[in-house]
Design a protein around this ligand. Structure first.
Ligand SMILES: [Mn+2]
Length: 355
């Protein structure tokens, strides 16, 4: 028998890896490795809709209750870009995260923490459960699969983050909030307004037209629109407030955050909000976008005012070297979002004031 049964649970082990059958542990003091049976039931009732992958930061969570949930949506069927490869983004981001590998502890979890040298800050991200990637199952469509997984997250009442995928799947995630019986505001940072085109087919170019039809969505605030439009491409909607990149001052965004501070919030980050100089790996690059710090300031501002329940990061694509630093900017954004989800978890705010 190669499987050891660990009895002295007072010793702290690092969780090195996990598969369906076994978990590899390392005794930190003795520098010795052990294999134990993997008796943790792989998640939850939606596991047929999830593919297990190497988790972000190789942080393997085996405890009962995490602070934050994460899942990947490796799909591109809603993209208008020919042969879009946005389906590969969850994997690329997970690969990029491995340079910040943090082996979780066993039997008692330790939280994910980072140190940012630039700001001399410790970034607490709590205990994160990476559920894996959504997969279609049986005769269910990709969209049904996403709705199953995001409904699980909504029902858990834990904050969660989804890594897309094209922007159309934001519709399926937001749909899962229908059962909460609460009105929500959607905060979007994107170079485009995604309200244009044949409304018959939901895709990433008209996704916010469809989201605006959901009765529990009270308002959609789009920040970062830029570039040229034709008359017919210039679409407005009574539920949608548009703040262009040029208009996106702290004051303007705060004014809207105050207006909608009575609502729960959802945040959607399209990677093309960033200037292509900083992150060119998207299908539709638009010049004169936000830099990394401007985007992070907007994200922090939104979290400080709004009760954000879930976030997505979408439309990242292939082209860069995941281990060579080309995906560090989305990775830093992810870390900052995890930190915000963890820190603001369960904190009720009205007009930026903790209640
Ligand atoms: Mn978009």
């Amino acid at each position: 028998m190669y499987i050891w049964r660990i009895r002295k649970l007072t010793i702290t082990y690092e969780i090195i890896s996990k598969d369906d059958e076994k978990i590899v542990l390392k005794d930190i003091e003795k520098n010795a490795f052990y294999k134990i049976e993997n008796t943790t039931p792989f998640n939850i009732n939606v596991s047929p809709f999830l593919k297990e992958v190497k988790p972000i930061f190789n942080y393997i969570f085996l405890d009962e209750v995490p602070d934050v949930l994460l899942f990947g949506v490796p799909f591109n069927q809603g993209s208008r870009a020919p042969q879009s490869q946005v389906n590969q983004f969850p994997q690329l981001l997970r690969e990029a995260s491995l340079k910040l590998t943090q082996f979780n502890h066993y039997p008692i979890s330790k939280p994910l923490n980072f140190y940012e040298l630039d700001t001399q800050q410790k970034i607490d991200c709590g205990r994160v459960l990476d559920l894996g990637d959504v997969k279609s199952f049986d005769n269910h469509s990709e969209r049904v699969a996403i709705q199953k997984v995001s409904s699980y997250c909504v029902n858990s009442t834990l904050p969660f983050i989804c890594i897309g995928g094209d922007h159309s799947y934001t519709y399926d995630i937001i749909s899962s909030f229908s059962k909460m019986d609460k009105k929500i505001a959607i905060w979007v940072v994107d170079a485009h307004n995604d309200l244009f085109g044949n409304p018959e087919n939901l895709d990433h170019g008209n996704v916010f037209f469809h989201i605006a039809q959901l009765p529990f969505v009270e308002a959609i605030v789009q920040i970062g629109g830029r570039g040229f439009r034709t008359d017919s491409q210039l679409v407005q909607h009574p539920k949608v407030v548009q703040i262009t990149k040029q208009q996106a001052s702290k004051e303007k965004i705060t004014e809207l955050l105050e207006k909608y501070s009575h609502l729960d919030g959802y945040l959607s980050i399209d990677m093309d909000a960033l200037d292509p100089i900083y992150f060119p790996y998207v299908d539709f690059r638009v010049p004169n976008g936000f830099n990394n710090n401007e985007l992070l300031e907007i994200i922090n501002l939104i979290f400080n005012f709004s009760n954000i329940k879930a976030v997505d990061i979408v439309e990242g694509s292939v082209g860069g070297n995941s281990s060579g630093g080309d995906y560090d900017i989305p990775l830093h954004i992810l870390i900052r979002i995890l930190n915000n989800l963890f820190v603001h978890k369960g904190v009720k705010k009205i007009n930026g004031i903790i209640q």
